[in-house]
Design a protein around this ligand. Structure first.
Ligand SMILES: [Mg+2]
Length: 288
């Protein structure tokens, strides 16, 4: 049973978690999202997507909460969220942005240094046209435009051999990168993770509102969610139709949904946050 003095924060992955793996729909989770919004329990999107992509989705979800982009690289906090601007944040329009990683320009410079030896073996977003990015990602040109607006890393389409790629990865590591090998792209970026960003933002809530007790719930379906699922008080593994649930080693509470994607999301929220807990608005006194 959750004490009524506990301030709950929910962190969620998008693809395969709050969004259906195949259709990208989130209809099955809509009533849970609405219930959490009524109760002032923040749902914080925590994704590998860019800010441009998240902005479009959070509008559709009617969310006005902070969100975390590019695998923990940045935290976007609407300026109305906290009484004062978080330390280290940079104002960008309606957001205070906490950057937790080196900017994309840094990683493009790192890649440039390796071009004399490896330049024929890859193509980066920076050197690709929108049409080429659209073809490589399978996205419409409109969505490719949003996906291409990465601010903290550079995706490369690898054209060389696996051995050459592994050598390239080692060279970027020596230059300070923490490359991520995705399904389609090799991402050259810094040492970020969704778990560190979760902790940073939760600490901000605690400090800004003087919270005595918080409870964080994180929901994710893949290996890039492990750090987030382990950093939360409760990790929720959302069942995926295409991969096994990630293996966790931390000692926090972990549950696994029985439904896929957004249906599993709603199922887990309903199980963890009883309806009576959301009949009052949490933190009312904080926002008055
Ligand atoms: Mg996912």
């Amino acid at each position: 049973m959750i004490s009524k003095d506990t301030f709950i924060l929910i962190y969620s992955d998008l693809d395969g978690t709050l969004l259906d793996h195949h259709s990208y729909a989130f209809d099955a989770a809509k009533s849970a999202l609405e219930r959490l919004k009524q109760a002032n329990i923040p749902v914080i999107l925590n994704t590998s997507k860019t800010a441009a992509e998240v902005l479009k989705l959070r509008d559709a979800m009617h969310l006005d909460t902070p969100f975390i982009t590019e695998n923990g690289a940045a935290v976007y906090i609407p300026t109305h969220t906290f009484p004062t601007q978080p330390e280290g944040a940079i104002r960008d329009g309606d957001f205070d942005v906490l950057s937790l990683a080196s900017p994309r320009s840094h990683w493009i410079e790192v890649i440039e240094q390796l071009k004399p030896q490896f330049g024929q073996m890859f193509q980066g977003f920076n050197d690709m046209s929108l049409t080429e990015i659209s073809e490589a990602t399978g996205l419409s040109e409109q969505d490719a435009l949003l996906a291409s607006q990465r601010l903290y890393g550079e995706p490369l389409l690898w054209k060389g051999s696996i051995a050459q790629r592994d050598e390239f990865i080692e060279r970027t590591r020596a230059l300070g990168a923490c490359p991520l090998l995705g399904g389609r792209f090799l991402h050259i970026c810094g040492d970020t993770n969704k778990g560190y960003a979760l902790k940073r933002l939760t600490d901000e809530y605690t400090a800004q509102f003087g919270l005595a007790q918080t409870m964080t719930i994180a929901l994710g379906d893949g290996n890039n969610d492990i750090a987030m699922l382990e950093a939360a008080d409760i990790g929720v593994r959302i069942l995926s139709p295409v991969n096994a649930p990630p293996t966790l080693s931390a000692q926090n509470t972990v549950i696994t949904s029985t439904h896929y994607g957004p249906a599993g999301w709603q199922e887990s929220i309903d199980k963890l946050i009883p309806f009576q807990h959301t009949t009052t608005t949490q933190g009312n006194e904080l926002h008055g």
